[in-house]
Design a protein around this ligand. Sequence first.
Ligand SMILES: [Zn+2]
Length: 61
Amino acid sequence: MDVYRRWFCTCSSTRVELAYEAIAEGETDEPGEPTCPRCGATPSSDPRRTVSYEDVPLFKD
Ligand SMILES: [Zn+2]
């Protein structure tokens, strides 16, 4: 089953969903990494360990 991974950051009292940055075409082959709009944490740069994720199933018609 396909899943969509949603990332969250708990740097504030409210859980914030990380946003995928738009990466300029040609800049990198890597897919964009989600970043917390509030503290800038990412799944690979998470010094305060506030980043967590949730896998949401994708249902196809
Ligand atoms: Zn954060």
